[in-house]
Design a protein around this ligand. Structure first.
Ligand SMILES: *[C@@H]1O[C@H](CO)[C@@H](O)[C@H](O)[C@H]1NC(C)=O
Ligand SMILES: *[C@@H]1O[C@H](CO)[C@@H](O)[C@H](O)[C@H]1NC(C)=O
Length: 225
């Protein structure tokens, strides 16, 4: 009996580690994405829009370098609520990163992950009292991207969702989009999600399982899908 359990575990653990796809997300300019590839990472989520309300000038070069190294490349978008309209932010992003074929994943990036987390930049913070306004702003961004034929997903965590929308169950209108959630338990697995769920999603797509790590001399977060 004991022997059987151990054997089963060895087999299932092998399968799990074979299927696990790991990636990094990165904000800074970087030019050695081959190093990530050699270290076993398969995708890179690259900052395309900064929390203070501007396109990241290093984003396009990072995306090109990541693709040249053979990584699957997505973008993340840290929106600014307050200074700039959702429509303007979307249009600035699209002008900077190319107007690809509608719904195509063959451009510089596949999915645009919109960050739903506390924004410390002056004039860019989510409202601390108007939860409905925060939800409407996120909806504006997502709808505008969608109308331009872009694929979006949401990045957040249970704690951030509660802080920005008032509760874990609030603003549950994006469940048709993929979810990338953060929970730094250093475990590349979704088994914790049931306990940390929010926004109406029952199944996540990507987990950020560790933050601010040094890989290839770069500051990255670690992700799994
Ligand atoms: C990139 O990283 C690799 C390690 O994977 C290293 O050998 C190589 O020298 C680095 N290249 C540059 C240009 O830094
Ligand atoms: C792009 O996606 C949208 C939303 O899913 C859809 O309505 C539209 O028909 C798609 N466009 C193309 C060219 O496939």
């Amino acid at each position: 009996m004991q022997q059987k359990i151990i054997t089963l575990c060895i087999i299932s653990c092998l399968i799990t580690s074979t299927l696990a796809v790991k990636g990094i997300d990165i904000a800074d300019a970087f030019n050695n994405f081959t190093c990530f590839k050699n270290a076993g990472y398969q995708f890179a989520i690259i900052r395309g829009y900064r929390s203070y309300g501007a396109v990241d000038p290093n984003g396009a070069t990072n995306m090109k370098n990541a693709q040249a190294a053979g990584l699957i490349t997505d973008a993340y978008f840290f929106p600014c609520k307050g200074k700039i309209t959702a429509a303007q932010q979307v249009s600035d992003f699209i002008s900077a990163f190319g107007q690809e074929e509608e719904n195509s994943t063959n451009g510089l990036y596949g999915t645009i992950w919109v960050d739903v987390e506390t924004n410390p930049s002056t004039g860019c913070g989510w409202s601390s009292s108007d939860y409905t306004g925060n939800c409407n702003f996120l909806n504006d961004l997502i709808t505008t991207f969608k109308n331009k034929g872009k694929l979006t997903g949401i990045y957040s965590s249970k704690y951030q969702w509660e802080t920005i929308f008032g509760s874990a169950s609030a603003c549950a209108k994006f469940t048709s989009l993929p979810l990338w959630y953060a929970h730094y338990d250093n475990s590349p697995s979704f088994s914790d999600y049931a306990k940390y769920s929010f926004g109406g999603w029952t199944t996540p797509n990507i987990k950020q399982y560790n933050g601010d790590q040094t890989v290839c001399n770069a500051d990255v977060d670690l992700n799994f899908y």
